[in-house]
Design a binder for this molecule. Structure first.
Ligand SMILES: *Cc1c(COP(=O)(O)O)cnc(C)c1O
Length: 244
């Protein structure tokens, strides 16, 4: 396959960037894990390629990253079409509208952002029609910010227990986004609340899995110290986003 000049340039750019950035991100994860006596291999790194060209995906795969995240179904599909559905484990991390469910299911392995029971019901129905089960996380709005999607903390328990009873979804755990604040204590408290919510859920509904998807470029260490099992990292790996 012959690459255009621009593609070649991007390929080199992202390869160079990752060669520097990936060891640093791994060190950050390892350092935070060590600080609380956790095994760093218990934290899965999802490389968020959203708003970067497909060359970022090629570079990530070359660097041995196996989990890739996108926040829009169309962009996810574009990247899957180039490198292949089986080239990586694909994570849908952005807000999902119900009408996009069939396409999201076809293109992803784990949906992090299931933020209503209605959405989960639709996923279960579409999955059932395709005779499969789908792995999802329930997104919780732990910060209480109106701008964030996710279950309110008060309703999370009851709604997610109902979600876990749907026939064709497997609720692997919970996801959240920290508030945009400087105060590390506030961010840590947000993540701790997600972990406590998961503990409480698992005490009631054994069908809910142990995953905690929390931690992005700016709060990765805090998340790992608070028990994150999946961090979603874009900027620290690929630099500032280009598209959009
Ligand atoms: C963009 C995005 C990320 C990655 O954010 P960075 O700060 O660039 O690491 C993580 N999670 C979600 C839901 C996102 O939309």
């Amino acid at each position: 396959m012959k690459l255009t000049g621009e593609e070649l340039e991007f390929r080199v750019l992202y390869r160079t960037r990752l060669a520097e950035a990936l060891p640093r991100v791994r060190e950050r994860i390892a350092g935070a894990a060590a600080a609380v006596g956790r095994d760093p291999s218990s934290v899965r790194l999802v490389a968020v390629t959203k708003a970067h060209p497909v060359e970022a995906v090629h570079a990530a795969l070359e660097a041995g990253l196996t989990d890739l995240g996108e926040n829009r179904v169309e962009e996810l599909e574009e990247k899957v079409a180039v490198v292949g559905r089986r080239a990586a484990r694909w994570h849908m991390i952005g807000h999902l509208q119900r009408r996009w469910v069939p396409r999201a299911l076809a293109a992803s392995d784990l949906i992090h952002s299931v933020d209503t029971l209605r959405l989960a019901e639709r996923i279960s129905r579409v999955a059932g029609e395709a005779d499969r089960d789908v792995r999802i996380l329930a997104q919780v709005n732990t910060s209480g910010e109106g701008s964030k999607s996710g279950f309110d903390r008060e309703e999370a328990m009851e709604q997610i227990m109902r979600m876990a009873e749907l026939p064709h979804v497997k609720v692997e755990g919970l996801m959240t986004m920290a508030p945009l604040v400087e105060d590390q204590g506030v961010i840590a408290a947000t993540f701790r609340r997600l972990r406590e919510t998961l503990d409480a859920l698992r005490a009631h509904a054994t069908d809910v899995g142990p995953e905690l998807s929390m931690g992005m470029t700016n709060d990765l260490e805090i998340a790992v110290r608070e028990g994150s099992t999946i961090v979603r990292i874009g900027t620290a790996l690929f630099g500032d986003r280009l598209l959009k």
